[in-house]
Design a protein around this ligand. Structure first.
Ligand code: B1M
Length: 653
């Protein structure tokens, strides 16, 4: 049986000779350049000029010698770049960074010092308000002939000469990802609440570009390609980023359109990549026609492997999920990695429907011995056979196996999980409203506008309240803060998601901006001054922004240093303001979590530790981690971050 036959059996929910293994088969199951070099050395293979598979993510094209050694079963066929566009990296004009603009005019940069990836710094449609701006935007040409050069021949070679499974990537990322990248996350999420027509127009424009590409590519690939790859991140660590309703109304119909379009033109399976806690929409993904999900982030809420297989294993293939990359893969011993893989193989592999791969690209901090331990364990425990196969092990097989892998499995079973969210009951909502005592119509209107995420109306109502001689402190204490508490409750119980919360926070921020000069005039102080940022090397800023907005909406003066903030910048900011009482450090990557500790150390070394309380958070951060590194507080989400900040500073909650 060759590799292609093996994977095809798995994709058809049948057991082959063994579980197929993927490393480097897609841009989402590959390996960071640094860890790849280390892996080659560990395997005793000669150092080579490592080719970059994806410049943005700085991942390696896995060479044939590694593929042979690790018996990789999948290979990617990707379009070439357009004949009229070439990436031009500029290393001089942005101090501290290499940067370039891609063919969507999205700006990407990578820190020269200690950077592992390129990340976005420019969103070309940020600030756009009209549909004409979308129409007149210079979109890439999906039918540029350069893209299709040699596509058929390369796919044929992989499938027929090499006998490996052929997976085709598209001309760009997923449609919703491109919406986020061209517009900017900070604007897209609120758009989903109060600029829906505009954002739908943008979605459709991008879907059409993608389909125009597939219209030409699929006839060229037909008969040679087995899987087509799509991706759109719509989930975080503890739940979906957008509500299931928003997914169903705005994203799902377009996903279905793309899948139908592809399947009408080629007999392929469609692979869907979405990080995080997606359990709630797996039935929707199945309805859309997706056949495969990746990366199966088993450390996210509700993504427990056994339950996923039990509930969805007949209808969807799990491609990934073999080892928790937020915990055991980086922090564990090879023995722990083997134990984790053994458990995941036993959960996912019975009856086929499983392609073993790490959760997402292997990051720069994963030791090579753990990568090899993962592979060995897949080979050892993933053999299908009569007696000792996954799902058919005798009792004795599990003797001596640890009850649970010693390394913490993060959110999967966490009480912070926000899956299966529910709306506040009318009684709960009424009880929250009853806590506020306002009656003036401007204030009642303002409260409602904040809760509904109607920023312009909220600010207009605040202006009307000022005109009616209502004082700024009444507006803040009786309306803004209680309204944001209600928003926080709705978020925590799972009624509100990122878009609703951001839209509300924008309203609250707008009011605070309006009131700030008046507060200064009347000598009214903010609750406290806070400095917040995502630590150096980490460019995830959606969660940090939300925390900053919620703090601001709750009466704090917030100095937001942005993403990728070096320890000394935090120190400078604390010194410069002189009145900072709270420092917020956010990190989402296991590679950058140690930077939180270094930042705390820098604040300590500068003699400022006694002056501030330090709160930490982010997808992989836990209370346990916070305690270990000596932070004063941790919060799992932005709403809890407000409560925790007030507790830390002994302010009235
Ligand atoms: Co990335 N990413 N990403 N990513 N990304 C994660 C974090 C990942 C868990 C996905 C996965 O494994 N499947 C993974 C990390 C794995 C690991 O650490 N081992 C990962 C990876 C690997 C990467 C890259 C390395 C990909 C690659 O290989 N190149 C790359 C690195 C970029 C970099 O930082 N240098 C990368 C890039 C990106 C995008 C650019 C595409 C995008 C970020 C866009 C942006 O932020 N501007 C992105 C996204 C969107 C995600 C996921 C899908 C979602 C993160 C998010 O925005 N959540 C994420 C999956 C996941 O989280 N499981 C993933 C929504 C947000 C509201 O939640 O940020 O958790 P969160 O914030 C919450 C709480 O955590 C808390 O409150 C917030 C609001 O409730 N909180 C705090 C946050 N900070 C706090 C601070 C506090 C208190 C609470 O006190 C101060």
């Amino acid at each position: 049986m060759n590799a292609r036959e093996r994977v095809k059996l798995a994709l058809n929910h049948k057991e082959a000779d063994r579980v197929p293994f993927d490393l480097g088969g897609t841009v989402l199951t590959s390996i960071n350049l640094h860890s790849y070099r280390k892996l080659r050395k560990y395997l005793g293979l000669p150092q080579v000029d490592v080719r970059v598979m994806d410049i943005f993510q700085q991942i390696a094209e896995v060479d044939d010698d590694v593929r042979e050694r690790l018996n990789c079963d999948v290979r990617n066929v990707a379009p070439r770049s357009s004949a009229t566009f070439k990436i031009d990296i500029n290393s001089t004009d942005m101090p501290g960074y290499d940067f370039f603009h891609d063919e969507w005019n999205i700006g990407w940069r990578m820190p020269k010092d200690g950077g592992f990836f390129y990340d976005m710094f420019h969103h070309p449609l940020a600030g756009a308000t009209t549909i004409d701006e979308i129409k007149n935007f210079k979109w890439p040409n999906p039918t540029d002939p350069g893209r299709f050069e040699g596509l058929t021949e390369r796919a044929r070679h992989i499938g027929e000469d090499l006998g490996e499974l052929v997976i085709a990537g598209g001309m760009a990322a997923g449609f919703f990802e491109l919406v986020c990248w061209t517009r900017g996350y900070a604007e897209v999420y609120p758009d989903l609440v109060n600029n829906v027509r505009w954002v739908e127009y943008l979605m459709d424009t991008i879907v059409d570009i993608k389909l125009a590409y597939w219209e030409i590519a699929l006839p060229l690939l037909k008969g040679h390609v087995d899987v087509v790859q799509e991706a759109d991140d719509v989930a975080g660590q503890f739940g979906l980023l957008i509500s299931p309703d928003t997914y169903r109304k705005l994203i799902k119909p377009r996903h279905k359109k793309i899948v139908d379009f592809i399947k009408a033109r080629a007999d392929v399976k469609v692979f869907y990549h979405c990080c995080g806690a997606i359990r709630e929409i797996i039935p929707d993904l199945i309805e859309c026609g997706f056949d495969i999900i990746n990366p199966v982030q088993v450390s996210a809420a509700g993504m427990e492997s056994k339950a996923l297989k039990r509930d969805f294993g007949k209808d969807i293939v799990f491609w990934g999920g073999t080892v928790d990359t937020q915990g055991v893969f980086t922090d564990g011993t090879p023995r722990q990695v083997r134990d984790e893989v053994r458990r995941r193989v036993d959960d996912f592999a019975p009856g086929g429907g499983f392609v073993a791969a790490a959760v997402h690209n292997i990051q720069a901090n994963v030791p090579p011995e753990n990568i090899v331990a993962m592979w060995e364990a897949v080979r050892e425990y993933g053999v299908y056979g009569e007696d000792n196969a996954p799902g058919r092990r005798p009792e004795s097989y599990w003797e001596g196996y640890p009850e649970a892998v010693a390394v913490e499995v993060r959110a999967a079973t966490s009480p912070d999980a926000r899956i299966a969210g529910r709306a506040l009951t009318p009684e709960e909502a009424a009880a929250l409203i009853a806590k506020t005592t306002i009656t003036a119509p401007e204030l009642v209107q303002m409260r409602q506008a904040i809760i509904d995420g109607s920023a312009a109306q909220a600010v207009a109502a605040a202006q009307a309240a000022l005109d009616a001689k209502i004082t700024p402190s009444e507006i803040i204490n009786d309306v803004v803060i209680p309204a944001m508490e209600i928003v926080g409750e709705k978020f925590e119980c799972g009624e509100y998601f990122l878009p609703e919360m951001m839209a509300s926070a924008i309203g609250a921020q707008g009011i605070m901006k309006l009131l700030r000069p008046k507060l200064t005039e009347s000598g009214i102080e903010p609750l406290a001054t806070a400095v917040v940022g995502t630590v150096k090397g980490d460019l995830h800023d959606i969660g940090k922004n939300l925390v900053a907005m919620m703090w601001e909406g709750s009466g704090f003066n917030v100095i937001d240093l942005g993403p990728n903030v070096a320890p000394e910048k935090f120190v400078d900011a604390i010194r410069k303001d002189g009145d900072v009482k709270l420092v917020g450090l956010s990190a989402l990557l296991t590679t950058t979590m140690p930077m939180i500790k270094r930042t705390i150390q820098a604040i300590d070394d500068a003699g400022l530790r006694g002056q501030v309380k330090i709160m930490v958070g982010g997808a992989g951060v836990t209370q346990h981690f916070a305690d270990e590194i000596g932070a004063d507080g941790y919060a799992p989400d932005a709403s809890a971050a407000v409560r925790r900040a007030k507790e830390l500073l002994s302010l009235e909650a």
